[in-house]
Design a binder for this molecule. Structure first.
Ligand code: HEM
Length: 475
């Protein structure tokens, strides 16, 4: 056979192989596309970002997500901040979300820049387990039991300086400052006396740092992000100075690893950067969430008088068993079951963490749909916790829902699985102690002009910080 015929034949065979493999890969692509959850990713990069951000700002995010779920079902795709996102809803979706090895926790780019990228949310595998074990050591039941007296002291101090003698209080800022102070004392050993100045400095930088985690990550002159980054740097320097003091004291034998989380991390040889990132993360995770819970508890008790009356009765009974000025004890908290049920119901209605997200590290499948590597999955906490099939009359405050066990993964305000919030017991103690002194010490009502409405960006934030008029009950 002539060489040119041979060459033509070879070219034909190669072209056929190429076409066939292209056809195969495009068939594979088509098959993958068909397996994707319903919905659309919208315009490139922009996707549905503007619509969802607007909904968050105007507190219509639930309606926005509910509309998607109604149109596409419990699994659907959209695009948020340039990332293809799969929205999942319902208890079985939550179970998948919290237990699938193909998914891992993530924080936003802005949060990573503010907090530091070695924070626990970014750690995986043995790194995550190691840091988490250190956190848990200071947050498990036995440890939390030991914090009741200092939390009691912080709450009483706060109410006597920030509430007593005032006619009106902005609840949210007040609760943020209270939970920040509690965190400093209980977990980091920075008490009010010796460390007042350092606490004050940290608190100021922290307000900025929190704003930064929610800002658009544009590091340009005059952007909020840049201002907040500067605050984050100053906050880190303060934390680093505290760490150096503790290191010196530890070496001189003046403090012990069991005294506080930071000293424990130092004694375990954790790298300095990792300690700073995680201390900052812990402060962030701990104070806003519990402050939101307390704020909405106060709001709900104001417009649910039956529930309020039962809470007051429970707390007054505890108060009657105490001598004047005596601190609450762990046993007293055990008698506050109804108050805690109201707190859980508040967390069901207004979960501080409105949606959880996970990064997809390996292609995963859920409900017959493919969720590709590199995408993210969003579990819409609110939608499950407001599902009328699980919680009849979902918008009604009904603490009795928590009197019997709920279906697994239907109440997920504290998350679930290997990353379930390790601070839930700590939050319980803070909330119960604070509510005890608030309901036995004050009567309140929304101040004129404050309608109790709130927005989410993405954490719930009441209009005017929830202004209330207060009146002391005790002398
Ligand atoms: C009402 C109060 C609180 C709520 C609603 C809350 C909620 C949550 C949620 C939803 C998560 C994510 C779970 C997941 O991704 O599966 C989380 C994680 C976390 N929370 Fe909380 N939290 C609260 C209070 C606290 C407190 C008081 C602390 C510390 C004292 C704390 C420390 C943490 C930490 C360290 C993590 C990360 C756990 C990990 O990634 O392994 N939280 N929290």
């Amino acid at each position: 056979m002539d060489a040119s015929v041979l060459a033509a034949l070879a070219a034909l065979i190669l072209a056929s192989i190429f076409l066939l493999s292209k056809q195969r890969s495009s068939a594979r692509e088509d098959h993958r596309r068909q397996q994707l959850p319903p919905g659309s990713l919208g315009l490139p990069v922009i996707g549905q970002t503007l619509g969802f951000l607007n909904a968050l700002r105007s507190n219509t995010a639930e309606a926005w997500l509910r509309q998607r779920a109604a149109t596409h079902g419990p699994v659907s795709r959209f695009s948020f901040l340039g990332v293809p996102t799969v929205l999942i809803v319902g208890p079985s979706a939550n179970k998948f979300f919290f237990s699938s090895p193909g998914l891992t926790a993530k924080t936003t780019m802005a949060a990573n820049r503010m907090v530091g990228k070695r924070n626990i949310r970014e750690l995986t595998g043995s790194d995550h387990r190691r840091v988490r074990a250190m956190f848990v050591k200071f947050l498990k039941l036995d440890a939390v039991r030991g914090y009741v007296a200092s939390i009691d002291d912080e709450v009483r101090h706060h109410l006597s300086t920030e509430w007593r003698g005032h006619a009106t209080v902005a609840v949210m800022p007040s609760m943020k400052s209270l939970t920040f102070d509690i965190m400093c004392t209980a977990i980091f050993g920075l008490d009010r006396g010796a460390h007042a100045a350092v606490r004050q400095k940290l608190s100021v930088e922290f307000q900025q740092l929190v704003r930064g985690t929610l800002s658009v990550p544009l590091n340009l002159p005059f952007t909020t992000f840049r201002k907040c980054l500067a605050a984050s740097r100053r906050g880190r320097q303060t934390v680093a100075r505290i760490m150096e003091e503790k290191r010196a004291k530890l070496e001189r034998g003046e403090i012990s690893p069991s005294d506080d989380l930071m000293t424990h991390m130092l004694s375990e040889g954790v790298a300095d950067e990792d300690i700073i990132d995680n201390v900052i993360f812990m402060m962030l995770a701990a104070h806003d969430t519990t402050a939101i819970l307390l704020t909405f508890l106060i709001r709900h008790l104001d417009n649910n008088r039956d529930v309020y009356t039962r809470v007051v009765a429970e707390q007054e009974e505890v108060a009657r068993s105490k001598a004047p000025g005596e601190s609450l004890t762990w046993d007293d908290l055990g008698k506050m079951r109804y108050t805690w049920a109201v707190a859980m119901e508040t967390l069901r209605l207004v979960p501080p963490v409105f949606s959880n997200t996970r990064r997809v590290v390996d292609d995963v499948e859920f409900n017959g749909h493919l969720i590709p590597k590199g995408w993210q999955v969003m579990s819409a906490v609110n939608l499950t916790q407001w599902d009328p099939a699980i919680f009849p009359d979902p918008d009604k405050l009904d603490p009795t829902r928590f009197e019997s066990p709920l279906p697994p993964y239907s109440f997920v305000a504290f998350g679930g699985g290997a990353r379930v919030c390790p601070g839930n017991e700590f939050a319980r103690v803070e909330a119960l102690v604070a509510m005890h002194y608030i309901v036995t010490g004050f009567r309140w009502k929304l101040a004129a002009g404050c309608d109790g409405s709130f927005s989410r960006y993405p954490m719930p934030s009441p209009a005017q910080g929830l202004l209330i008029d207060i009146e002391p009950i005790w002398g």
